[in-house]
Design a binder for this molecule. Structure first.
Ligand SMILES: NC(=O)c1ccc[n+]([C@@H]2O[C@H](COP(=O)([O-])OP(=O)(O)OC[C@H]3O[C@@H](n4cnc5c(N)ncnc54)[C@H](OP(=O)(O)O)[C@@H]3O)[C@@H](O)[C@H]2O)c1
Length: 253
Protein backbone atom coordinates (compact mmCIF):
# COMPACT_ATOMS: atom_id res chain seq x y z
CA UNK A 1 0.00 0.00 0.00
CA UNK A 2 1.33 3.45 -0.84
CA UNK A 3 -0.90 5.24 1.70
CA UNK A 4 -2.37 7.93 -0.56
CA UNK A 5 0.95 9.43 -1.48
CA UNK A 6 0.82 8.66 -5.19
CA UNK A 7 1.74 11.82 -7.08
CA UNK A 8 -1.20 13.44 -8.87
CA UNK A 9 0.26 12.38 -12.20
CA UNK A 10 -0.14 8.70 -11.27
CA UNK A 11 -3.57 8.95 -9.70
CA UNK A 12 -6.66 7.42 -11.26
CA UNK A 13 -10.10 8.85 -10.49
CA UNK A 14 -13.60 7.63 -11.32
CA UNK A 15 -16.19 10.43 -11.36
CA UNK A 16 -19.85 9.50 -11.81
CA UNK A 17 -22.29 11.95 -13.35
CA UNK A 18 -19.37 13.58 -15.17
CA UNK A 19 -21.28 14.69 -18.27
CA UNK A 20 -22.68 17.86 -16.69
CA UNK A 21 -22.57 20.20 -13.71
CA UNK A 22 -20.47 19.37 -10.68
CA UNK A 23 -19.27 16.05 -12.15
CA UNK A 24 -17.96 17.71 -15.31
CA UNK A 25 -16.10 20.35 -13.30
CA UNK A 26 -14.71 17.66 -10.98
CA UNK A 27 -13.46 15.47 -13.84
CA UNK A 28 -11.71 18.48 -15.37
CA UNK A 29 -10.24 19.55 -12.02
CA UNK A 30 -8.72 16.11 -11.42
CA UNK A 31 -7.37 16.04 -14.98
CA UNK A 32 -5.90 19.53 -14.57
CA UNK A 33 -4.07 18.21 -11.50
CA UNK A 34 -2.51 15.46 -13.62
CA UNK A 35 -4.82 12.53 -12.76
CA UNK A 36 -6.32 10.15 -15.29
CA UNK A 37 -10.11 10.32 -15.06
CA UNK A 38 -12.82 7.86 -16.01
CA UNK A 39 -15.88 10.06 -16.63
CA UNK A 40 -19.10 8.08 -16.12
CA UNK A 41 -22.66 8.89 -17.20
CA UNK A 42 -25.55 7.45 -19.18
CA UNK A 43 -25.41 9.80 -22.18
CA UNK A 44 -22.34 9.68 -24.43
CA UNK A 45 -22.59 13.19 -25.86
CA UNK A 46 -22.21 15.23 -22.65
CA UNK A 47 -19.38 12.94 -21.55
CA UNK A 48 -17.53 13.62 -24.79
CA UNK A 49 -18.07 17.35 -24.26
CA UNK A 50 -16.55 16.99 -20.79
CA UNK A 51 -13.52 15.22 -22.28
CA UNK A 52 -13.06 17.50 -25.30
CA UNK A 53 -9.67 19.19 -24.98
CA UNK A 54 -8.85 17.19 -21.85
CA UNK A 55 -6.84 14.16 -22.99
CA UNK A 56 -6.59 12.72 -19.47
CA UNK A 57 -10.40 12.27 -19.34
CA UNK A 58 -11.85 9.06 -20.78
CA UNK A 59 -15.65 8.92 -21.17
CA UNK A 60 -17.40 5.75 -20.05
CA UNK A 61 -21.07 5.39 -20.91
CA UNK A 62 -22.64 3.44 -18.07
CA UNK A 63 -25.77 3.46 -15.94
CA UNK A 64 -24.68 3.16 -12.30
CA UNK A 65 -28.09 1.65 -11.44
CA UNK A 66 -27.88 -1.11 -14.06
CA UNK A 67 -27.26 -4.63 -12.87
CA UNK A 68 -23.50 -5.17 -12.98
CA UNK A 69 -22.98 -1.45 -13.77
CA UNK A 70 -20.80 -0.60 -10.74
CA UNK A 71 -18.65 -3.72 -11.28
CA UNK A 72 -18.17 -2.87 -14.99
CA UNK A 73 -17.06 0.68 -14.12
CA UNK A 74 -14.44 -0.56 -11.64
CA UNK A 75 -13.32 -3.31 -14.02
CA UNK A 76 -12.83 -0.70 -16.76
CA UNK A 77 -10.61 1.36 -14.44
CA UNK A 78 -8.60 -1.73 -13.49
CA UNK A 79 -8.11 -2.90 -17.06
CA UNK A 80 -7.20 0.57 -18.33
CA UNK A 81 -4.95 1.71 -15.48
CA UNK A 82 -4.40 -1.16 -13.05
CA UNK A 83 -5.32 1.01 -10.07
CA UNK A 84 -7.91 3.33 -8.59
CA UNK A 85 -7.10 6.15 -6.18
CA UNK A 86 -10.32 8.16 -6.01
CA UNK A 87 -13.99 7.26 -6.39
CA UNK A 88 -16.32 10.29 -6.59
CA UNK A 89 -19.95 9.26 -6.08
CA UNK A 90 -21.41 12.38 -7.68
CA UNK A 91 -24.25 11.20 -9.94
CA UNK A 92 -27.60 12.06 -8.41
CA UNK A 93 -31.18 12.76 -9.36
CA UNK A 94 -34.04 14.74 -7.79
CA UNK A 95 -37.68 13.79 -8.19
CA UNK A 96 -39.81 16.04 -5.98
CA UNK A 97 -43.10 15.11 -4.41
CA UNK A 98 -44.77 15.53 -1.05
CA UNK A 99 -45.98 12.63 1.05
CA UNK A 100 -49.42 11.69 -0.24
CA UNK A 101 -48.36 12.24 -3.86
CA UNK A 102 -45.35 9.92 -3.98
CA UNK A 103 -45.27 7.00 -6.42
CA UNK A 104 -42.74 4.19 -6.84
CA UNK A 105 -41.66 5.89 -10.09
CA UNK A 106 -40.59 8.90 -8.02
CA UNK A 107 -39.13 7.01 -5.07
CA UNK A 108 -37.27 4.06 -6.58
CA UNK A 109 -34.94 5.82 -9.07
CA UNK A 110 -33.78 8.26 -6.38
CA UNK A 111 -32.92 5.47 -3.97
CA UNK A 112 -31.28 3.44 -6.75
CA UNK A 113 -29.16 6.34 -8.05
CA UNK A 114 -28.37 8.35 -4.92
CA UNK A 115 -27.96 5.53 -2.43
CA UNK A 116 -27.73 1.97 -3.73
CA UNK A 117 -25.38 2.71 -6.64
CA UNK A 118 -22.81 4.55 -4.46
CA UNK A 119 -22.85 1.60 -2.05
CA UNK A 120 -22.27 -0.95 -4.82
CA UNK A 121 -19.63 1.23 -6.48
CA UNK A 122 -17.73 1.69 -3.23
CA UNK A 123 -17.93 -2.03 -2.55
CA UNK A 124 -16.71 -2.98 -6.02
CA UNK A 125 -13.85 -0.49 -5.74
CA UNK A 126 -12.61 -1.62 -2.31
CA UNK A 127 -9.73 -3.90 -3.42
CA UNK A 128 -8.28 -1.27 -5.76
CA UNK A 129 -8.79 1.55 -3.25
CA UNK A 130 -7.10 -0.48 -0.54
CA UNK A 131 -4.13 -1.26 -2.78
CA UNK A 132 -3.77 2.45 -3.60
CA UNK A 133 -4.52 3.88 -0.14
CA UNK A 134 -7.41 5.58 -1.87
CA UNK A 135 -10.32 7.90 -1.13
CA UNK A 136 -14.10 7.81 -1.58
CA UNK A 137 -15.78 11.22 -2.00
CA UNK A 138 -19.57 11.22 -1.73
CA UNK A 139 -21.62 14.16 -2.95
CA UNK A 140 -24.47 14.99 -0.58
CA UNK A 141 -26.42 18.25 -0.24
CA UNK A 142 -26.47 21.04 2.32
CA UNK A 143 -30.07 21.93 1.39
CA UNK A 144 -32.51 19.82 3.37
CA UNK A 145 -30.26 19.16 6.35
CA UNK A 146 -33.11 20.10 8.68
CA UNK A 147 -36.22 19.52 6.54
CA UNK A 148 -37.01 19.64 2.85
CA UNK A 149 -40.75 19.68 2.33
CA UNK A 150 -41.58 18.49 -1.17
CA UNK A 151 -38.24 16.70 -1.67
CA UNK A 152 -38.12 14.51 1.42
CA UNK A 153 -37.07 11.32 -0.40
CA UNK A 154 -34.18 13.06 -2.13
CA UNK A 155 -33.09 14.62 1.17
CA UNK A 156 -33.36 11.23 2.88
CA UNK A 157 -31.06 9.59 0.30
CA UNK A 158 -28.46 12.29 0.85
CA UNK A 159 -28.71 12.13 4.64
CA UNK A 160 -28.20 8.38 4.39
CA UNK A 161 -25.16 8.94 2.16
CA UNK A 162 -23.66 11.12 4.89
CA UNK A 163 -24.17 8.41 7.49
CA UNK A 164 -22.54 5.92 5.12
CA UNK A 165 -19.63 8.36 4.79
CA UNK A 166 -19.05 8.42 8.55
CA UNK A 167 -19.60 4.67 8.96
CA UNK A 168 -17.30 3.70 6.09
CA UNK A 169 -14.65 6.15 7.30
CA UNK A 170 -14.42 4.13 10.52
CA UNK A 171 -14.81 0.72 8.85
CA UNK A 172 -12.19 1.41 6.20
CA UNK A 173 -9.63 3.37 8.21
CA UNK A 174 -7.73 0.19 9.15
CA UNK A 175 -7.47 -0.59 5.44
CA UNK A 176 -5.96 2.83 4.66
CA UNK A 177 -9.01 4.15 2.77
CA UNK A 178 -10.39 7.61 3.58
CA UNK A 179 -14.07 8.44 3.10
CA UNK A 180 -15.31 12.03 2.92
CA UNK A 181 -18.25 13.97 1.52
CA UNK A 182 -19.05 17.42 0.22
CA UNK A 183 -22.47 18.99 0.70
CA UNK A 184 -23.14 21.57 -2.00
CA UNK A 185 -25.70 24.32 -1.57
CA UNK A 186 -27.27 26.07 -4.55
CA UNK A 187 -24.96 25.46 -7.51
CA UNK A 188 -25.41 26.57 -11.11
CA UNK A 189 -26.00 23.25 -12.94
CA UNK A 190 -28.75 21.73 -15.14
CA UNK A 191 -30.11 19.69 -12.20
CA UNK A 192 -33.45 21.59 -12.26
CA UNK A 193 -33.89 20.87 -15.97
CA UNK A 194 -32.99 17.23 -15.40
CA UNK A 195 -35.65 17.19 -12.68
CA UNK A 196 -38.19 18.42 -15.22
CA UNK A 197 -38.93 21.77 -13.52
CA UNK A 198 -40.50 24.47 -15.69
CA UNK A 199 -38.48 27.67 -16.22
CA UNK A 200 -40.95 29.48 -13.92
CA UNK A 201 -40.48 26.92 -11.16
CA UNK A 202 -36.69 27.03 -11.59
CA UNK A 203 -36.79 30.83 -11.25
CA UNK A 204 -38.84 30.53 -8.04
CA UNK A 205 -36.39 27.97 -6.62
CA UNK A 206 -33.48 30.24 -7.54
CA UNK A 207 -35.09 33.18 -5.75
CA UNK A 208 -35.58 31.08 -2.61
CA UNK A 209 -31.98 29.82 -2.80
CA UNK A 210 -30.57 33.34 -3.11
CA UNK A 211 -32.62 34.49 -0.12
CA UNK A 212 -31.23 31.60 1.96
CA UNK A 213 -27.56 31.84 0.96
CA UNK A 214 -25.62 34.31 3.13
CA UNK A 215 -22.96 34.91 0.47
CA UNK A 216 -25.83 36.12 -1.72
CA UNK A 217 -25.10 34.24 -4.90
CA UNK A 218 -25.34 30.84 -6.56
CA UNK A 219 -22.18 28.73 -6.44
CA UNK A 220 -20.19 27.53 -9.43
CA UNK A 221 -19.56 23.84 -10.13
CA UNK A 222 -15.83 24.59 -10.10
CA UNK A 223 -16.09 25.72 -6.47
CA UNK A 224 -17.46 22.31 -5.47
CA UNK A 225 -14.91 20.56 -7.67
CA UNK A 226 -12.10 22.35 -5.86
CA UNK A 227 -13.40 21.15 -2.49
CA UNK A 228 -13.60 17.59 -3.85
CA UNK A 229 -10.06 17.56 -5.25
CA UNK A 230 -8.69 19.13 -2.07
CA UNK A 231 -10.37 16.56 0.17
CA UNK A 232 -9.18 13.77 -2.14
CA UNK A 233 -5.64 15.10 -2.22
CA UNK A 234 -2.81 13.36 -0.34
CA UNK A 235 -2.46 16.67 1.53
CA UNK A 236 -5.75 15.83 3.30
CA UNK A 237 -4.30 12.52 4.47
CA UNK A 238 -5.51 12.91 8.11
CA UNK A 239 -9.07 13.89 7.13
CA UNK A 240 -11.76 11.24 7.05
CA UNK A 241 -15.45 10.93 7.91
CA UNK A 242 -16.17 14.63 7.34
CA UNK A 243 -18.99 16.23 5.38
CA UNK A 244 -17.84 19.61 4.05
CA UNK A 245 -20.56 22.13 3.19
CA UNK A 246 -19.83 24.13 0.03
CA UNK A 247 -22.91 26.30 0.19
CA UNK A 248 -22.18 29.97 0.72
CA UNK A 249 -23.09 29.59 4.39
CA UNK A 250 -26.63 28.26 3.77
CA UNK A 251 -26.50 25.46 6.31
CA UNK A 252 -25.41 27.67 9.20
CA UNK A 253 -27.80 30.56 8.47
N1 LIG B 1 -26.71 21.72 -8.28
C1 LIG B 1 -27.03 21.84 -7.00
O1 LIG B 1 -27.51 22.91 -6.59
C2 LIG B 1 -26.78 20.71 -6.04
C3 LIG B 1 -26.99 20.95 -4.68
C4 LIG B 1 -26.76 19.93 -3.77
C5 LIG B 1 -26.33 18.69 -4.19
N2 LIG B 1 -26.15 18.45 -5.52
C6 LIG B 1 -25.69 17.12 -5.91
O2 LIG B 1 -24.58 17.23 -6.77
C7 LIG B 1 -24.50 16.08 -7.61
C8 LIG B 1 -24.31 16.55 -9.06
O3 LIG B 1 -25.47 17.27 -9.44
P1 LIG B 1 -25.47 18.46 -10.50
O4 LIG B 1 -26.05 19.62 -9.83
O5 LIG B 1 -24.17 18.58 -11.17
O6 LIG B 1 -26.64 17.93 -11.48
P2 LIG B 1 -26.64 17.32 -12.93
O7 LIG B 1 -26.03 18.28 -13.89
O8 LIG B 1 -28.06 16.87 -13.16
O9 LIG B 1 -25.67 16.07 -12.81
C9 LIG B 1 -26.06 14.78 -12.49
C10 LIG B 1 -25.35 13.84 -13.44
O10 LIG B 1 -25.61 12.49 -13.02
C11 LIG B 1 -25.73 11.69 -14.18
N3 LIG B 1 -26.54 10.53 -13.86
C12 LIG B 1 -27.83 10.54 -13.41
N4 LIG B 1 -28.25 9.28 -13.25
C13 LIG B 1 -27.21 8.46 -13.60
C14 LIG B 1 -27.06 7.06 -13.66
N5 LIG B 1 -28.06 6.23 -13.35
N6 LIG B 1 -25.88 6.56 -14.07
C15 LIG B 1 -24.86 7.39 -14.41
N7 LIG B 1 -24.95 8.73 -14.37
C16 LIG B 1 -26.13 9.26 -13.97
C17 LIG B 1 -26.40 12.61 -15.22
O11 LIG B 1 -26.02 12.29 -16.56
P3 LIG B 1 -26.86 11.25 -17.48
O12 LIG B 1 -28.28 11.71 -17.43
O13 LIG B 1 -26.23 11.37 -18.83
O14 LIG B 1 -26.62 9.91 -16.88
C18 LIG B 1 -25.82 13.98 -14.87
O15 LIG B 1 -24.69 14.29 -15.67
C19 LIG B 1 -25.79 15.30 -7.39
O16 LIG B 1 -25.53 14.21 -6.53
C20 LIG B 1 -26.70 16.31 -6.71
O17 LIG B 1 -27.65 15.68 -5.89
C21 LIG B 1 -26.36 19.44 -6.45
Amino acid sequence: MDTSTAPQSRRIAVVTGAGTGIGRATARAFAAGGAQVLAVGRRAEPLHETAAGHPRITPLTADITAEGGPERIVRTAREAHGRLDVLVNNAGIVRGGALGALTPEMIDPQIATNLIAPILLAQAALPLLEAAGGVIVNVSTSVGQRAWPGSSVYAATKTALELLTRSWAVELAPRGIRVVAVAPGAIETPIGEHQGLTPERRAAVREWQLAHTPLGRIGRPEEVARAITQLASPEASFTTGVVLPVDGGAVVA
